[in-house]
Write a protein that binds this ligand. Structure first.
Ligand code: SF4
Length: 501
């Protein structure tokens, strides 16, 4: 009898905005919600758009995400011949764009583009009275909706992205790495650094903890939105695979999870990890198509077994396969090689117990070290006989077993996936805040290092953020302020918000 995936246990109603375990997030959120001169352009209504305006700017800029078929608010087709240059100064988001309106023989608009979440944000940010926005030819928003006549510059069009993005089944906001797009240089000595230096270690720790909780709170809100769009098991599977792709292959792992949905994988695998691995490895496009003369006998046998399963699937799945070019393999540490990580994905996803049930089963009503046990469970995910002693197809067999996921990745999965999920589902409360603070740090994250140097000074003590929650806080600060500032810190609202708090 084929084994069926276990249904997830019943959960309390999801917490839509602020899970109780993140009650300190409000301290930081208060700093980011103030009025601000076009710099804080982010929707606070996380129930219908839990992403940032920066995500929309990336969509507009990148043809890989921008919908091919766009229309103006009055129904005219729009061809984006040039999205414009990403503006690194104050003013519209993109300059020198070229759009053709009304089909191939239509009129051409050349000028600037401003991107917002909602049509009303144009007025909310006071752009109609700002001369820097007079050359705007397109107001691009996520949501469609009316804007009173005469607010946009003469001849400018309004267009919305939501429907075009919804038509693209391969698109997800979480595919976008917002920090990998252009962002301007900061002041050599940013004004916030002096304020952070003036804080006591306890004040700084509290501030970073609060920002970290805010980041987790937002992750939880995004998970809720994604789970509503697809289902929560698929959402968790995508998140876990993305975390396994650290740090260069998050995107192809996520794409793979979309192409081979978790329920399909389970139904095909029937609890057999090798079958699940064959399907994932085949669709990944990374399965070698011929033996390598340098392989030893065990490797040849292993790959032959994988091929025995994959060749029967090729006709159905071959067209879904990713290209090898979509993966970054150069410079990837052997332990992180995608072919190895795919076995971890196969083991986790082909288990009879659903991912959500597994995570929830770790919650301990006594609040006693359950995150530690959860991390250990991920870190010690059992490997198959081949990968438990190998770092690569060309590598020699190791006498001592090598962890398939390991503690570092396991911590990242717990911080980035498990905690936001459990919080969103209402399984974490105020009593868990101490556990959040005790989470071990992630290693080797250049964004954390860069932000720490910028905000805390080159000679700061790394012990100040020796914990996953404070690291998350640094990333949130970077995304909320540094990434959006185009004034070399001069008009960044953070220093004033700190002084007033
Ligand atoms: S942009 Fe703001 S938060 Fe970032 S370094 Fe400058 S002052 Fe600090």
């Amino acid at each position: 009898m084929p084994r069926r995936p276990s249904p997830a246990p019943r959960s309390p109603a999801p917490h839509r905005i602020a899970p109780a375990c993140f009650s300190n997030a409000g301290l930081y959120a208060g700093l980011t919600a103030g009025p601000p001169a076009g710099l804080r352009e982010k929707s606070e209504n996380w129930t219908d758009y839990p992403w940032s305006e920066r995500h929309l700017q990336c969509v507009w800029f990148d043809p890989a995400y921008r919908p091919a078929a766009l229309t103006t608010a009055t129904g005219e087709p729009v061809t984006v011949e040039e999205p414009g240059m990403w503006n690194q100064e104050a003013g519209p988001d993109f300059v020198n764009a070229t759009l053709r309106i009304g089909g191939p023989a239509g009129r051409v608009l050349k000028g600037d583009v401003e991107v917002h979440v909602r049509p009303a944000d144009w007025r909310r940010h006071g752009h109609e009275a700002d001369p820097r926005y007079r050359n705007v030819v397109a107001h691009v928003t996520y949501f469609p909706g009316p804007l009173p006549d005469g607010l946009l510059p003469p001849g400018a069009v309004a267009l919305a992205l939501r429907e075009g993005l919804a038509r693209n089944r391969g698109f997800a906001f979480d595919l976008i790495d917002v920090a990998s797009y252009p962002w301007p240089v900061r002041a050599v000595t940013p004004p916030c650094a002096a304020l952070f230096r003036g804080m006591t270690p306890e004040e700084l720790a509290g501030f970073l903890d609060s920002a970290g909780e805010r980041r987790m709170q937002l992750k939880a809100a995004r998970m809720l939105a994604t789970a509503e769009e697809r289902d929560r098991e698929q959402m968790l599977y995508e998140e876990i695979l993305s975390a396994l792709g650290y740090k260069h292959n998050r995107m192809p792992f996520r794409l793979l999870a979309r192409r081979v949905p978790v329920q399909t994988l389970r139904q095909y695998a029937k609890g057999d990890t090798l079958r699940a691995y064959a399907l994932l490895a085949g669709v990944s496009g990374l399965l070698p198509d011929r033996p390598n003369a340098a392989w030893d006998e065990e490797t040849r046998r292993f790959i032959r077994k994988v091929w025995d399963a994959w060749w029967k699937l090729q006709e159905q799945w071959g067209d879904h396969a990713l290209s090898r070019k979509e993966w970054r393999l150069a410079g990837v540490r052997p332990v992180n090689h995608p072919l190895r990580r795919l076995m971890a994905a196969a083991v986790l996803a082909s288990d009879r117990t659903s991912l959500s049930a597994k995570l929830i089963s770790f919650v301990d009503p006594e609040h006693d070290r359950f995150l530690e046990r959860l991390t250990k469970a991920f870190a010690e995910t059992p490997a198959d006989a081949y990968w438990s002693h190998r770092l690569g197809l060309m590598a020699k067999r190791r006498e001592t077993p090598v962890a398939l996921i390991g503690e570092e990745r396991a911590t990242a999965i717990v911080v980035n996936v498990a905690i936001p999920f459990l919080a969103a589902e209402g399984h974490l409360g105020p009593a868990h805040q101490a556990l959040l603070r005790a989470l071990p740090p992630e290693h080797d994250n250049s964004l954390i290092r860069t932000t720490a140097r910028l905000l805390l000074g080159r000679d700061h003590n790394p012990a100040l953020y020796r914990g996953a929650l404070r690291q998350q806080g640094l990333i949130q600060l970077f995304q909320d302020f540094c990434l959006l500032d185009r004034s070399r810190c001069q008009t960044c609202p953070l220093p004033a918000a700190i002084r007033e708090s």
